[in-house]
Design a protein around this ligand. Sequence first.
Ligand code: SF4
Length: 465
Amino acid sequence: MSTETWRATETTETVRTTGRTTGTSRGKFFIRTFGCQMNEHDSERLAQIFSEKGMEQTACIDQADLVIVNTCCVRENADNKLYGYLGRLKFIRETNPNLVILVGGCLAQKDSQLIAAKAPFVDAVFGTHNLHRAYDLFELAQSNPAKPVVEIWDAQDEWWAPSPKSKSPWSAWVTIQVGCNNSCTFCIVPFVRGAEVSKPLDTIVDEVSSLASEGVVEVTLLGQNVNSYGRDITKRKPLFDQLLKAVGSINGIQRIRFTSPHPKDISHSTIRAMADTPSVCEHLHLPLQSGSNRILAAMHRGYTRERYIERLSDARQAISDLAVTTDIIVGFPTETEKDFEETLEVVAEAEYDGAYSFIFSPRPATKAAEMDGDFVPPEVCLSRYERLQVVLSHSSYKKHHERVGRLEEVLVEGRSQRNPNLFTGRTRQNKLVHFGGDDLVTAGSTLLVRITDATSHYLLGEQEK
Ligand code: SF4
């Protein structure tokens, strides 16, 4: 999953209670997740581990006997947020001396000793490769007077657990791969997640079949670089196209999504598999990062703007009504006004449905962080970022307005949080829709919605009766 997918937003305050508590509750745990979908998914795995041990998940930190912090390190402010959060936990610990605190995930993998030094009140620290050891470390920490207990593995040696049921009863994430073999110069992910390891195809098919039998209709296949999935298994060519077809043949799975593909690896066979597998949704997240060939080379991305545009055009030709989203970094070291204008040109040509854009932030141990003599001044970054937002929001507004009047197939998520008189759901193109419907509308069902209006962020509509 690219920094692309590892976009450094703080995505969840808490993780949904899984309802998997077994036996008598042996205390309550609270999980705080920083970071991307992979981290959210890892937090669901942690929730499952502790629930199966008889503990109960709580969304209220004041009720917790155990707090697990799942960390992110993709952006600088993620570090700052973690240390700020640990300061808050220190205060809570002072009022509740029995509270146990575990810190795991990407920043813990990278900075375990720093965390132990800065926050000695933490009971245990674990990394990305030994998340399945979290409960054992929790027990060890309680019996071990020397704190914190720190256990970091260099690599994940095997697939140790199926994906936990996630997101909702009808929608699940399924990890197909961890790690990344690329070396994008701005990215810290290979340092904290290691080399690519693909989950065997049969295991994934069994997992998705099992989810389908439990009522899941939508799966999102997760990996750092999904279209190189399987290259480590075959030692030659990737198996992502075969995986899409295999998952697409599982009864009950109506929608398949995946994140994220890498533009350098998106092949004709992947595009063909997307086009030929009806349950693969018409949505492609294809991270551009920059429209300047010079900056793409400095980022070590392995493609040019011409090649990117060509593959995007191939995908749009093969897959009708394809929505395309992207990631863009503004202010990579040495980026000139000309480089930035080339990014704006590609953005205008690509007509994205949506984008995640970030101002460059240097991460320790990456090559880009060593280019500190060439950092773009913050005020220039901010100005370029704001100019980019104007082009992106114009593009998404146009794309959304093209859908007004159409009938869209919507997977219902529930009542709208913005307006409880409306429902919320997603189209196959992953567009958020708020719509009016009758009382028979149920979460997890699929229905047709007539689109009546649009903004650059969402669509509005009415259930078609
Ligand atoms: S190194 Fe590149 S491809 Fe790999 S996770 Fe980072 S941004 Fe994505």
